[in-house]
Design a binder for this molecule. Sequence first.
Ligand code: ZN
Length: 402
Amino acid sequence: MRTVIVNATLLDCVRPTPIENSAVVIEDGRISRIEPTGSVTPQPGDNVIDVAGAWLLPGLWDVHVHPDYHSLTDMPLADQVTLFGHRLMTALTDSGIVGFRCAGSHDYMDVAWKRAFDSGQYVGPRVFASGHFLTTTGGHFLTSGHALECDGPYGFVKAIREQIRNGVDHIKLNLSGGILGPPWDLHTQSFLLEDELKAAFAICHRRGFKVMAHATNPEAVKSAIRLGAHSVEHGYIMDDECIDLLLKHQTWLVPTLAISHLTPKQASDDWESRWTTQRNMSHAFCCRAEAASDVHGGWFAKAVKAGVRMALGSDIRPLKDAALLEMGLWTRSGATTWQTLQAATRHGAEICGVGDDLGTVEVGKLADLIVVAANPLEDIKNLRRLLLVLKEGTVVSDRRAR
Ligand SMILES: [Zn+2]
C-alpha cells in the first residue's frame, strides 16, 4: 500500500526553505516521490493523509542518552530494562524522536531494545547501542551503575572486546571527569594514561568500531581527536586548537548543553522550570553546573560559528523531553533554529552512520517523519506541537484529535 501525505509544508532539512503544498509519496517504507500536491493523483487503495498545511519534517534524533541510572533506584534490574524500553517507545510516540545513540547502559539493555525494535517485535525508535560506559578505577560516572572500571591497556582492550561480543554498535570511552560526581571526579581532569588510550583506540580501529569519546577539557578533547574518535561528547572546556582539530579531522561534537545549563536558577521557561524542579538535583551538582555553564556555552557558540560538525544529544531524562529541552538550549546559546534542526535530524542520522537512509525528507530515503502544527524555524519550541509520527511510512502516533 502507498501512503500519500498531501498539503504539507515541507521542511526537508536539506534546504532551509519550506515548500508549501507538498505531497510526499511513500512506497515500501521509502519516499518515492516529492511533488506539489496538485500533481499527485491518489490511486484507489492509497492511504491519503491530508495534513492541511502543517509542517512535515524528518523525525528527530537524540544522539547521547542513557537509561535511568540503576544505582539511583531500588527497582529490580528486570523492571529497569522494561522501563527503558517504555521510555524509548514514549519518546517516539510523544515527541517524534526516531533515533537514539546510547552513551552507556548496563546489562546491554540498549542492545536488547535495539533488537526488539529492529525485529518488529515492538514499535520503537532506532537504537544505536554502546553497552557499558568504559572508565578507569576511580573514574567517571561510577554512580550510574553502567560504568565499567578498566585499568591498564589490556584491561581496556578486554572490556572493548566484551562490548563487541555483546552486540554494541560503537564504544563509549571515558577520557576525563564530569560535572556530576564526587569531588575527585572533575571535568577539568583527564583519567587515562597514554598507553591505555592508545590501546583502547587501537583495538576499536582494528575491529572497525567507532569511538564515542567523553572528553571535557582541552587535553582530553585533543587526545580523542588525534587518536581518531568518531565524536567528542560534551567539550565543556576547549581552546582554539580544539576547534581547529575538530574541523581538520571532521570529528563530530555533541555538546550536551543540558548538563551545565539546566539548573533551577538557570531555567528560562515553564518547561525548564518544571523539569529542574522534578529532578531533585543536589546542591553540589547545581554549583558545579552553574560554574561550568558560561565556559561551556562560550565554546559551544564558537564551535557553531566555526562550522564544526555537530549533532544534538541531551544526556538527560526522561527521553521524551530530553531532546526538546536540549534544542531550546541550543537556540538560547547562539545556534539558529535551522542549525539546531539540522543537528537534531540530518546530523543525528549521519553521526549514527545512516545518513544515506535517514535524517532528511528526500526521494529514496526511509520515511521516518513527523508532522508538527507550526513552523519550527520561527520557534524551535513548535516541535512540541506534534501531530503525527511515521516510521517507515506507517503512522505510529496520531495526536491530531487532541
Ligand atoms: Zn552521558
